[in-house]
Design a protein. Structure first.
Length: 119
């Protein structure tokens, strides 16, 4: 019992210090760009390119769910940056903005006929 208490008193502050350092210095992906400029990669196997062309060299592969900042647009291509300072071009169809540019539409329901059957 005494050994367990000593181990806890020695390891406890080390674990707390490591957690505090990680919390302080780990990058906050959500805070690296304004919400209006944030987007998410929504397709599988997306590669960032050095230029706005599929034939240009690839920079990295971005997995689905990656949060990025929209830095510019050129035709159907979007220039994005990540919290790690990696930047590149991706096709616009692989991105979805965090805050949509237009408000979503309410669903439309068909009204039933008077006899209870749908139209």
């Amino acid at each position: 019992m005494r050994v367990l208490a000593i181990v806890a008193l020695v390891i406890g502050p080390i674990v707390i210090s490591a957690g505090a350092l990680g919390w302080r210095y780990f990058p906050n992906d959500a805070a690296f760009a304004p919400l209006a400029k944030q987007a998410v990669i929504v397709q599988e196997k997306v590669s960032l390119h050095t230029d706005a062309a599929r034939t240009s060299p690839e920079v990295i592969d971005a997995p689905p769910g990656s949060l990025c900042e929209i830095l510019g647009k050129s035709g159907s291509w979007v220039y994005v940056g990540f919290a790690t300072e990696t930047r590149g071009w991706v096709p616009a169809e692989v991105l979805e903005k965090v805050i949509p540019e237009t408000a979503p539409e309410a669903p439309k329901f068909r009204k039933p006929k008077a006899d209870g059957k749908t139209a």
